[in-house]
Every structure is written in C-alpha cells, then in structure tokens.
Design a protein around this ligand. Structure first.
Ligand code: FES
Length: 156
C-alpha cells in the first residue's frame, strides 16, 4: 500500500482553527493527512506534545498560531517560535529532518493558505517517507497531548 503520511496539527483556537474551519466551509480542497488538535494558543504546545506526537506515529507535526502581534494571549506565539527553534535543533540531533516540524501563522481569514500548507507539508513528507524514530524517542513520558487538552477542557 502506498505510504500516506500522518500529520498532527496543533491549531490555536482563535486564528488557525478558524482558518481551517474557513477552508472547510468554503470547500477548499486539501490533502486529508492532517489530524487536528485544537489548543487555545500556539504557546500552549509543550515540546513534549510534539515529541509524543512523533512517538505516537506522526510523520510530521504542524503548529499553527496567530500572526506575530495578533496572539490573543499577547506573547504565546513568541513562546511557540522560541520553542520551535529549540525543537528543530533537538530533532536534528536525533536525525529527524527539519521538514517534519513546521510552525506557521494562519489567521482566521486564511483558509486558502491553511489548505496550501497542508498540501505542501503532505508532499514534503511523501518525499521523505515514513518517520523512522530513534529508539530513544519512542517512549516519551506523560499522557498523550489530546488527553491533557481534553482534561483541561473538562476541568474548565
Ligand atoms: Fe493564537 Fe496565541 S492565541 S497564537
């Protein structure tokens, strides 16, 4: 069977999730490889969430947040940017290609941009092939991100 990459997407609630929703309501076609996890802010994406996604079988991870200056929590996307820089270095040290982790800014009105990002990342991952995770990264401690996030929603 032909390889189809799995992409885990962490989308901030206020901009990027709405942008993805717009892509859907406007019927903009894109590849079906993205599995969306909605977070309140890109700054909420703990680095362990990314590692856990890879350890759980993702071939790529996309973090999407509000454009710089537009974060609803003021500096959450700055935090996401700094974490992304560090994570890229960490993943490279483990031999994981930098294309497997993306940080993108998508506003609520950018449904078309969101769809193209999904297509681009899917194409890149198809070219790279399945992720071969080093054994030391296959067990990341802690619950899976979705469980944590659902727990937060349930506790709100
Ligand atoms: Fe969207 Fe912070 S609220 S990145």
């Amino acid at each position: 069977m032909e390889f189809q990459p799995t992409i885990v997407g962490f989308l901030c609630n206020w901009c990027s999730y709405t942008g993805a929703d717009l892509a859907g309501t406007a019927r903009i076609k894109h590849q079906p490889n993205l599995r969306v996890i909605r977070v309140m802010c890109s700054g909420r994406v703990d680095p362990t969430f990314v590692l856990k996604a890879f350890a759980s079988g993702a071939d790529g991870v996309m973090i999407c947040g509000c454009h710089p200056g537009d974060c609803h929590y003021l500096e959450g996307n700055d935090k996401a940017f700094r974490r992304h820089q560090l994570l890229k270095q960490l993943l490279l040290a483990y031999g994981i290609e930098k294309e497997r982790l993306r940080l993108e800014w998508v506003s609520a009105s950018e449904g078309e941009r969101f769809a193209r990002l999904v297509d681009t990342m899917t194409a890149e991952l198809l070219e790279l092939g399945p992720l071969e995770l080093p054994p030391s990264l296959t067990k990341v401690p802690g619950p899976c991100p979705e469980t944590v996030i659902q727990g937060e929603v349930a506790n709100d």
